[in-house]
Write a protein that binds this ligand. Sequence first.
Ligand code: HEC
Ligand code: HEC
Length: 335
Amino acid sequence: MNYSVKILTFISLLILSVVLLSDFINSPQTKSQNKTHLSLEPHQAYKQEPITPIPETLNLNIQKVHLGEQLFHDPNLSQDKTLSCANCHDLKKGGADGLPHPNTASLQKSSLPNQTVFNSPTIFNASFNFMQGWEGKTKNLKQQIAIPLFNPFEMGNKNWSKILTYLNQTPHYKQQFQKIYSSPISSEQVVDVISEFEHSLITPNSPFDLYLKGQTSALTHYELDGYNIFKKRGCISCHHGINIGGNLFQKAGIFKPMYPSQEHKPQLFKVPSLRNVALTAPYFHDGSIDTLEEAINLMAEYQLGLELPRDENQKIQAFLKTLTGQYKGQSLSYE
Ligand code: HEC
Ligand code: HEC
């Protein structure tokens, strides 16, 4: 009896020392493994998330971007020389105009009362949308440019020739075009430089993107809760990808029509991007909704068939506010 206790004690001590020893031998390695694992964790997490960060830089032609920026802000490109792209896509107003409809819309409403008047979407990150416009009227940025230039309710030009004459007669434009292209200024070149500028309008490094890239402290627990609710409740099924939207069409109202008065129309819209959404009120294709709180509640009700508790709505709002990114190294704000 005594003997077997001794043997048992000896065996237990042996096992313990082997365990301790192996722990000691392994400890530096285990620690470093843990470390590698820790530093990999956010990276893996980012890879698995249904939202991906915006790249910090893109390979663009700087001369074209610079020239495109000037054209984007030049009202002389409109028929009556009053309106530039920037009037409705103001970089200081989140890339939109802060209005339900552009100022020019009253003319459209009186001339074509049955036509939907659209809210100006943000121009920031538009290059990441799979199509352009609320109904995806055009496939890409280059095709889209002709719409505002020649729309009688927007910039109202009749044809290209007046625009090209103006550019040819303006020495500083002529010089810049000549530096980039060898041929005389053409509509293709104008479209090319404006779209190159639009491609430069990206907003990386929002707190949420920093979080995706591994900076876990970039979000508070409250904001992270909001993201988890956004996923759990199903918002993510339509708002995902690099633009958190912008990559599919969906009915406005899966559970019931959001716009019963337009019931005869298809009510199919491009799911809007939620990047910088805190700066782009009012919301929806017709600019009918003033606040994020209201927009979120309507989405829950019409798209997901649920009534969202108030605290969940507030947490989602907090998450959406982390989607405000940086332009030229500065956090976007609404001025
Ligand atoms: C009078 C206001 C106004 C002006 C000026 C204007 N836009 Fe727009 N823009 C809008 C509206 C409204 C829409 C939405 C139209 C639609 O969905 O059919 C829009 C849509 C867009 C889109 C699609 C964005 C997206 O996410 O779907 C792009 C890109 C764009 N405009 C670029 C331009 C450029 C470039 C110019 C100048 C050549 C310009 N806009 C001039 C009001 C304007
Ligand atoms: C079935 C697809 C779908 C789901 C699910 C969905 N959305 Fe949307 N979301 C849309 C569409 C489509 C629009 C545009 C509606 C319109 O313009 O009339 C939109 C618009 C929005 C807007 C306004 C953006 C702007 O710039 O005008 C916000 C904010 C928004 N959604 C947030 C959410 C949140 C939060 C949830 C979850 C509670 C959610 N969405 C669920 C499809 C969806």
